[in-house]
Design a binder for this molecule. Structure first.
Ligand SMILES: NC(=O)C1=CN([C@@H]2O[C@H](COP(=O)(O)OP(=O)(O)OC[C@H]3O[C@@H](n4cnc5c(N)ncnc54)[C@H](OP(=O)(O)O)[C@@H]3O)[C@@H](O)[C@H]2O)C=CC1
Ligand SMILES: N[C@@H](CC=O)C(=O)O
Length: 376
């Protein structure tokens, strides 16, 4: 039986769902000769680590308790009674992950999974890669920092997987990677890459207020922790940057033209997420409803589109024909069209659920399993 040690950073919607998938897939993985050993779990304040990372793991009862307590808003630092593991504060946690990577990198190997929405994990992840260990990301921020950081993280390309950063569980990164690896050159990528904005745009068409459907998208687990990351277009810009870098473009986030759906004075420096959702956002309702109405008079719909073409990346709202592949999208579905030498006239098209904890965590789990050959 191959035993894969795993540390999971982040036990919010995606991280908890990943823990549940791991436990629910025990029998399936066992048939495949695999065991995923969760040796550590972190939140923003602390980390739980198995007493002996070589021989022990956080057992399934402990993982279930973590999921339950985190869903109630409890911090991991309060779970001192959980048994058979140690609790570290945030500063120690960072060192713990680096130490575990150092120790297991020389023996069995280790996979560190980033299910946070934080930029702070980048430095640790670079060290994890340096230690010979693997990284799996749902978090886009480490890959959308400087070009230098990106190159460092992807310097051992077999050790990193990040399928869920673009299109959640959809095989977009895998497909683009295969196209590029075959020497086929991608010259255009166009799509709708936000589950939140896809859902919001298709729901406002039915007459619901924008502010109401944004709140629903948050409840459904589609949005980023602060939905302004979605509504500002920055989350789509990050996905676009990941794709552009994957096809070989050496660009940064500030090279991308991004349209925000709310005014700058409602940004995170001016109001809390609660105030934004609770009041600020409704000020945008009228404007969006009017844009939807005008588009509809022409047989069009409003969609938030990502375009990578001619050395330019732009993301923003567009009036688009109802009959087009993007115009037909409903709910949180994403669609992406990839044009290349081999897919010149008729693009390679990938479509399906593009957000949600279940599909995102499933994508992360599939990435983990994909790394199995690197473990002893
Ligand atoms: N939801 C979706 O549909 C998709 C999400 N993703 C990505 O998945 C990631 C997670 O999303 P989601 O689960 O919804 O987010 P949540 O806000 O629900 O959870 C984030 C978790 O990360 C923890 N955390 C924050 N900072 C740190 C840190 N520095 N070190 C360790 N842990 C930290 C938080 O801790 P605490 O509990 O203490 O606050 C929390 O447990 C995001 O990057 C998102 O973009 C990607 C594709 C789709
Ligand atoms: N907030 C994102 C989640 C996936 O990356 C989205 O809505 O697409």
């Amino acid at each position: 039986m191959k035993r894969i040690p795993v540390v999971i950073a982040g036990c919010g919607g995606v991280g908890r769902q990943l823990l549940e998938h791991i436990v629910n897939c025990r029998a399936l993985h066992s048939k495949q000769g695999l065991v995923l050993r969760v040796v550590g779990v972190c939140d923003s304040q602390s980390m739980l680590v198995a007493n002996d990372i070589f021989t022990e793991e956080l057992n399934d009862d402990v993982l279930a308790r973590i999921c339950l307590e985190k869903s109630r808003g409890t911090s991991l630092s309060e779970l001192n009674d959980i048994g058979d593991c140690q609790v570290f504060d945030y500063k120690e946690a960072t060192m713990q992950v680096i130490d575990i990577a150092g120790l297991l990198g020389r023996s069995t190997g280790l996979a560190v999974v980033d299910c946070t929405a934080s930029s702070e994990t980048l430095e640790v992840l670079k060290q994890v890669i340096d230690s010979g260990c693997c990284v799996v990301l749902a978090n886009k921020k480490p890959l959308t920092s400087s070009m230098e950081d990106y190159q460092k993280l992807t310097s051992h390309i077999r050790r990193i997987r990040y399928e869920s950063t673009v299109g959640a569980g959809l095989p977009i990164i895998a497909s683009v990677t295969r196209v590029v690896a075959s020497g086929d050159s991608v010259f255009r990528i166009v799509g709708s890459l936000s589950g939140t904005l896809g859902y919001v745009m298709s729901e406002v068409e039915t007459g619901k207020p924008f502010s109401e459907v944004v709140q629903a998208a948050k409840r459904l687990g589609y949005t980023e922790p602060d939905p302004r990351d979605d509504l500002s277009g920055m989350d789509v810009a990050r996905k676009a940057l990941i794709l552009a870098r994957l096809i070989g473009w050496q660009i940064n986030l500030d090279d991308i033209t991004v349209e925000s759906l709310y005014p700058e004075e409602m940004g995170p420096n001016s109001m809390s997420t609660e105030d934004f959702l609770g009041g600020g956002l409704s000020l945008v309702d009228k404007d969006i409803a009017e844009r939807v109405r005008v588009a509809s008079l022409k047989g069009n719909v409003l969609r938030y589109v990502c375009l990578i073409e001619d050395s330019r990346v732009q993301v923003g709202s567009q009036e688009i024909s109802k009959a087009s592949s993007i115009g037909r999208l409903r709910g949180s579905d994403n669609v992406v069209e990839i044009y290349s030498r081999c897919y010149k006239e008729y693009p390679l098209v990938i479509q399906g659920a593009g957000a949600g904890n279940d599909t995102t965590a499933a994508g992360v789990l599939a990435d983990l399993i994909d790394l199995q050959d690197l473990f002893k």
